[in-house]
Write a protein that binds this ligand. Structure first.
Ligand SMILES: NC(=O)c1ccc[n+]([C@@H]2O[C@H](COP(=O)([O-])OP(=O)(O)OC[C@H]3O[C@@H](n4cnc5c(N)ncnc54)[C@H](O)[C@@H]3O)[C@@H](O)[C@H]2O)c1
Length: 324
């Protein structure tokens, strides 16, 4: 059997879900720059096309195959897999990266948004792992790299924000991936699994999630806007002087700010993920904030949801973008 990653990613074949922006796009760019052939899917065609343009402009030697597929819809994932199988005989690395936010409150939010977040973030990982298993087994060695989050071990964004669907899905991704480690050792010894837990990374995830959840600030309905207003008010923010136009602008700024103030860039995060996987790491915390959070949760798990817990994180310079 070939040594795992003996030549880095050069000459390998990878699949990246959600290659249109953010960490997925950077994974595609960095993999193809190393001479790895990459098949990638997304639901936003223009972003996927922009990823291909960047790889071409960079002169990357790895080939790219693109496909429009919603990872939460099994039939679309199977069609993606079948198209990949026609393109290449096997797959060495599957990066289950696609994800969205939404469905924060189990109590208040529409079920559709909650289910969509769970079905993309966990269902996408499940569907693609199941669909690509035969192609991974057909390669001399195979690796499944599943992106969870710090919300895979800490189910909150701080004491004033509900974050239920995303946290439930990311805990599920972490549990599934960790269970695969033993399952692969017993039943598929050429395969390995890694779980990726990023902290705050500078990507368009909020912009894309607003769009994909039908809540783009520029086009959202009056009803949706009123719900956002109510939510701010429930969190104690006085909204009386904020017009609807201001609220739309605030939401847009919030989503762009998430990307722009992050302590870790998408490019650095993806480089760290690729280096960690090729070194054989299976538990991959991305960013200093993720490392601090993991440490604090392990030190005092029962304190993790106390409002004061944020003070401990802030004192160590982590999660500063999140309020108390
Ligand atoms: N940005 C962060 O701070 C952060 C932190 C922890 C974990 N993550 C996770 O990292 C992964 C990558 O996110 P990102 O921050 O790069 O966000 P991103 O929005 O920039 O990239 C995600 C990509 O997935 C695509 N996508 C969304 N729904 C899809 C679907 N149903 N089918 C196929 N593609 C779909 C989007 O169009 C986008 O191109 C996600 O799983 C996310 O949950 C992000």
């Amino acid at each position: 059997m070939a040594e795992r990653f003996e030549n880095g990613y050069g000459g390998l074949i990878a699949v990246v879900t959600g290659g249109g922006t953010g960490m997925g796009r950077e994974l595609v760019r960095q993999l193809t720059a190393q001479g790895c052939d990459v098949a990638t899917c997304d639901v936003i065609p223009e972003n996927l096309a922009a990823t291909v343009d960047l790889c071409t402009t960079d002169g990357n030697t790895g080939q790219i195959f693109t496909h429009i597929a919603d990872v939460s819809v099994e039939a679309e994932v199977l069609a993606f897999r079948d198209a990949v199988a026609k393109w290449r005989p096997h797959v060495h690395v599957l990066f289950n990266n696609a994800g969205i936010g939404g469905g924060g409150s189990f109590v208040l939010d529409e079920r559709a948004g909650w289910d969509k977040t769970f079905n993309v973030c966990f269902g996408g990982v499940y569907n693609n792992t199941r669909a690509f298993l035969p192609l991974l087994l057909a390669a001399p060695f195979g690796q499944v790299v599943n992106t969870s989050s710090v919300n895979g071990f800490w189910a909150t964004l701080g004491p004033n924000v509900s974050h239920t669907a995303y946290s439930a899905a990311k805990f599920a991704v972490k549990g599934f991936t960790e269970a695969l480690i033993t399952d692969f050792r017993l039943n598929a010894p050429t395969l390995r699994a890694s779980v990726v837990m990023p902290g705050h990374i500078g990507t368009d995830i909020m912009i894309n999630s607003q769009k994909l959840q039908g809540a783009d600030p520029e086009t959202m309905t009056q009803d949706q806007l009123d719900q956002v207003r109510e939510r701010y008010e429930r969190q104690g923010t006085d909204m009386s002087a904020v017009s609807d136009a201001d609220l739309r602008a605030l939401m847009k700024m919030g989503a762009e700010g998430f990307r722009d103030i992050a302590p870790t860039s998408a490019a650095d995060a993806s480089k760290f993920i690729l280096d960690s996987v090729s070194r054989g790491d299976w538990r991959i915390l991305v960013g200093d904030d993720a490392v601090v959070l993991d440490d604090e949760v392990r030190k005092a798990p029962k304190d993790a949801y106390l409002p004061e817990f944020m003070d401990r994180l802030h004192a160590r310079g982590a999660m500063n973008a999140m309020g108390r």
